[in-house]
Design a protein around this ligand. Structure first.
Ligand SMILES: [Zn+2]
Length: 385
């Protein structure tokens, strides 16, 4: 008998789960676990919005004096204070932890909100006729331009494995995107958006959007330099302030606000690609596809994994000694394709052996039991008998 001690070193989680691990709610008026109660939030167009990014600007910056361009007030406050590690630890010790486990924003409400605040007169409701009307905002694309943009997006071709086929996610006639994964959204934002909107929107709108694209490209680069991160910390404040001058307050959800803290996080924890969820999500997706018996999903996953590992193990002595072995399929995507792809690897390996190579059935008769049970269903194997 001994006492086993364990500690959670780090977790990878999304923003809602951040509330569970940090003990700070990510909903409501104080949704930012970094700024805590010092965050600037308000109720606009039926939801909580986060403005006030001028607080991160230098004390004597000219934008601090502007009012009509922003939320109707000048900005005199300094940036929210940064908490030290000891202070955060003390706050955590005071907490009672719960068990750990588990559209468009340019609406009529948003326009009425601008009228109430007395800012951005160009975006107020048009009351020339009997009925109040919402004219197209200067930052919105005209219907024809939107079609042109979607046609451009659907015509782009990416290298294999760079992103999913975005053309399949574009509905040009319906004027919308469907089925984009979060990784595709990043590719879209970093690569396609800055190129696609260049001639379709006013320069004042395009510039900050391009800066935002560049911000994410630099932030998610494989190598990060500390000096670049200091520059990004400065740039993102400029971008958010420019956005505040363009878009209505309803645009600034908590997700827009947390961008201001991303360079700081990169400075603390290093390159983003070691922390992001894409490889984990991909693996979980592949594991999910291997479930055959929905009553016992874990059993299915274990069985599929054992088969995959035993085949990989069998493949090792068969691999020819070459500097670059043929790439193995990381995990079989579905039953049929799995049979085909794994067998293809085996056949390719056997085919690459020096002649005279052993015939397939003899080689497979020495394979472990799970592999044989799996081969029973395999079409190619049956043909080879
Ligand atoms: Zn914050």
């Amino acid at each position: 008998m001994f006492t086993l001690r364990a500690a959670v070193m780090w977790t990878v989680n999304d923003f809602p789960a951040y509330a569970m691990v940090s003990g700070w709610s990510t909903k409501g008026y104080m949704a930012c676990p970094v700024c805590k109660e010092d965050v600037t939030s308000g109720w606009h167009a039926g939801k909580v919005c986060y403005l006030g990014h001028r607080r991160w600007l230098p004390w004597d910056h000219e934008w601090r004096e502007k009012d009509k361009e922003f939320d109707g007030n000048t900005e005199r406050r300094l940036r929210p204070r940064e908490w030290s590690g000891d202070e955060i630890l003390e706050q955590l010790n005071r907490l009672d932890f719960a068990p750990f486990g588990k559209t468009t924003k340019d609406t009529i409400k948003a326009r009425l909100d601008l009228e109430r605040m007395g800012i951005r007169r160009g975006l107020w409701m048009n009351r020339d006729s009997d009925k109040a009307r919402r004219d197209l905002a200067f930052f919105s694309m005209k219907p024809n331009d939107k079609k042109e943009f979607l046609k451009f997006v659907s015509s782009v071709k990416f290298p294999d494995g760079y992103a999913s086929n975005i053309a399949h996610c574009v509905n040009v006639d319906g004027g919308k995107f469907t089925g984009l994964k979060s990784h595709d959204c990043h590719v879209f934002m970093q690569r396609l958006l800055p190129v696609g909107i260049r001639h379709l929107l006013p320069e004042d709108v395009v510039k900050p959007i391009m800066l935002l694209s560049r911000f994410f490209s630099q932030l998610t680069a494989k190598t990060l330099r500390r000096t670049d991160m200091f520059q990004l910390r400065h740039d993102i404040v400029q971008v958010l302030c420019k956005f505040e001058m363009i878009f209505p307050p309803a645009f600034f959800t908590s997700m827009m606000h947390v961008m201001v803290h991303l360079p700081e996080e990169a400075l603390l924890t290093g390159p983003v690609n070691y922390r992001w969820m894409y490889p984990i999500e991909r693996l979980l997706g592949e594991l999910k596809k291997s479930v055959r018996n929905r009553a016992k999903p874990e059993g299915s996953i274990i069985e599929a994994w054992v088969q995959y590992e035993s085949l990989t193990f069998c493949g090792i002595p068969l691999s020819p000694p070459s500097p670059q072995p043929p790439p193995l399929v990381p995990f079989p995507p579905c039953r049929r394709r799995r049979h085909r792809s794994l067998l293809a690897v085996a056949v390719a390996t056997v085919a690459s052996l020096p002649a005279p190579a052993a015939p397939l059935p003899i080689l497979f008769s020495k394979a472990p039991l799970p592999l044989l049970s799996w081969l029973r269903h395999c079409k190619l194997y049956r043909h080879s008998r």
